[in-house]
Structure formats: structure tokens, C-alpha cells
Design a protein around this ligand. Sequence first.
Ligand code: PA5
Ligand code: NI
Length: 186
Amino acid sequence: MALFNPKVFLTLTEGKLEGTEIKQSYKYLNALAGVFKNETARAEMDQDALIYEVQAYMPVEEGKSGGLFFGNSTIYPGKVDQEYFMTRGHFHSNFDTAEYYWGVKGEGYLILMDENRKIWAEKMTPGSVHYIPGKVAHRVANTGSEPLVFNACWPSDAGHDYESIAEHGFSARLLEVDGEPKLVEE
Ligand code: PA5
Ligand code: NI
């Protein structure tokens, strides 16, 4: 029987994935038109600013059932007007599929919204574990002054539905109000 070395490594203190099979994507401010409340403020900022980046280990074909994907996301600190830098957020296309997120570095909030648009947020810190049930949209905002790093694990047939968020948004936004993060209804 052969002995193999792992193809993928996770740097435990940084949450980074290393290996030739890791896919990497970058989200710059110019790709986030319409995502933040104050679109005028977003359009006036440096469009080449890196807002977040995502690594993904996808050992099976995307859309195939039965597999699991593993990811790392890093959201840089900053705000558009009062609103913290955050991910676009999505429901899963395969609506009733769940996901785990867990905090590695930095601090922020995981914002969750169910199919009835009921919304809540969970504080993310190094080591915090977040179960995202099926049928719940999810987005993460960095409320700190350092990069916010979290890992994720999700089913290979979950898919990402960005369209319904682009059309209807989340029912509240995480804004800095009097120096503190506050979930403010739309
Ligand atoms: O699978 C996930 O939910 C994450 O890996 C996200 O895709 C990642 O955090 C980036 O967020 P979004 O896909 O909403 O742009
Ligand atoms: Ni997801």
C-alpha cells in the first residue's frame, strides 16, 4: 500500500490554504457596485482597493452531490461611508444546504437572513464556530482594524445564488453608529 503526503495544507494560525489545487479569487471595490448602501460614496473611492479574497479547495466537480468544499476568506478592514467592508452574501442555489464558518483572525459579524427576511448577526472572533442552516443567506462584515479571516466548509452541490441578494438585498445592514457596529433595518 502506498503512503501519500497531503496535497493541501492549512496554516492554522492564518487560515490560509496552500497547494496547487487551491482556487483563488479577489474582489475589488469596482466589482461591488450596488452592494453598499451609499453607492455614491463607493463610486468615489479607489476602485482598485481589494475588499476581500477567497480561496477554495474543491476536490470534486462543482454541483456534484455528496462532496464537500473547503474555503478561506479574508475581508480587509475599512468602510464605505458608515458600512463595514463585507462579502456580497448569498443564499445557496440548492436552497436547503447548510454551511459551517469559523473565525480564524480578526473580528466581525456573520449576518444571517432567513427566507422570511428575518435577520440576525453572530459575532465572529478567532475560534468562533457558526452553523449556517439551509435556506439562510449569509454575509460577513469586518468590524475591526485588522483583516478578518474565516474558514468555511459547504456541500459541493450548494451553489451560490447572488441574484436574489442583488435584487432584494439583505433586510438590514451592519453600520457603524456612534462608534459601534449596529444592525440597521433597511
Ligand atoms: O461558501 C461561502 O459561503 C464562502 O466561501 C463565500 O463564498 C465567501 O466568503 C465570499 O462571499 P460571497 O460568496 O458572498 O462573495
Ligand atoms: Ni455559502
